[in-house]
Design a protein. Sequence first.
Length: 91
Amino acid sequence: MSLIRFALFFFLVYVFFKLLKRLFPKQGSESRQQTKKPSFTPGPRQVNEMVQDPVCKVYVPKKEALRLDKAGKSYYFCCRSCLDKFQETKG
Ligand SMILES: [Zn+2]
């Protein structure tokens, strides 16, 4: 075995490991790549569902409305004062 071949072999090994280091700069970062959060996809239910305020008869988006559960029924209000009014009038 000639010395040149020997040197070439070590050179190739050196380059190979250098490439490996470049491809994987940080060991243990694999788990990070797997914790990708699922992208937010709004379903049909999340599309602005409108609910009516029984006090002032105004329609408000469900996610912004104030909710009151009473006797197994859900009521939605545009604001706190409507909710209070509802509770006053209906006992
Ligand atoms: Zn209202």
